[in-house]
Design a protein around this ligand. Structure first.
Ligand code: AMP
Length: 249
């Protein structure tokens, strides 16, 4: 079974986000970019499936600028087999990403697609669900455990009330949550080997997808600054302040 993993290049999660002075978006000048953390988890899961003999090939795909090739190389260094870069300098919103991924799925015919539950830049949490709808495949979102059976998958997912286990017929879409696994670091020899792994370059037009944005960003603003906390000498003062100042008791 082939496993397809989309990987998005996003602002590194350690970076303190700055909003552009004209409020049109986030300042990306000289900012460290990395693989979306949920996609690292998906890559790790796919590699573990291959190591366990459940998957035969792990293919990663990224939609983005030329530099997204670095994100693909990171996945290849972790252990993925092959990469596809759908190159564009335009902003690509979740519906267009899902349509492009459908094009890749039609070509590659994977048995499983492991999508991140959300990209930490736009926080949309939409792509996996949209891809599932476009393909007419089953989906299990927010997975914390995936067990592959014969033509099926058992997925434990995190829901408000706790954990829910779903049985899915393959091919299917799974979206990865934080507790699915802890991604490995790529070793230096594997980083070197990754440079020789195949990376195909495509364009959105190759899949006949119009990536024009459907949503317009009107304004991006910093959240209000949090005021500094204070220390209270004892519980009685804390309760008093919660009653009189915060008004929460
Ligand atoms: P979102 O719906 O934007 O929160 O993204 C959810 C997931 O969709 C991400 O974790 C990725 O797995 C995938 N995805 C979104 N945008 C891209 C992209 N430009 N390239 C590759 N994968 C993407």
């Amino acid at each position: 079974m082939k496993v397809l993993v989309p990987v998005k290049r996003v602002v590194d999660y350690n970076v303190k986000i700055r909003v552009k002075a004209d409020n049109t978006g986030v300042d990306l000048a000289n900012v460290k970019m990395s693989m979306n953390p949920f996609d690292e988890i998906s890559v790790e899961e796919a590699i573990r499936l291959k190591e366990a003999g459940k998957a035969t090939e792990v293919v990663v795909v990224s939609i983005g600028p030329a530099q997204a090739a670095e994100t693909i190389r990171t996945a290849l260094a972790m252990g993925a087999d092959r990469g596809i870069l759908i190159k564009t300098d335009e902003e690509v919103q979740p519906l267009a990403v899902a349509k492009l991924l459908k094009g890749v799925v039609d070509e590659e015919q994977p048995g499983l697609v492991i999508v991140g539950k959300q990209a930490i830049d736009d926080d949309s949490n939409q792509t996996g669900q949209m891809l599932s709808a476009l393909l007419g495949w089953g989906q299990a979102t927010f997975a914390s455990k995936v067990v592959i059976g014969d033509g099926s998958a058992e997925v434990t997912r995190e829901v408000d009330g706790g954990l829910e286990t779903l049985s899915l017929k393959l091919p299917a879409i799974v979206t990865s949550d934080l507790r699915l696994n802890e991604p490995r670091y790529a070793s230096l020899p594997n980083i070197m080997k990754a440079k020789k792994k195949p990376l195909a370059e495509k364009a959105p037009a190759d899949y006949g997808v119009d990536i024009a944005p459907r949503l317009k960003t009107l304004k991006v603003e910093e959240p209000p600054k949090r005021s500094a906390g204070i220390k209270v000498p004892d519980v009685a003062t804390l309760v008093e302040k919660l009653k009189t100042e915060a008004g929460v008791l």
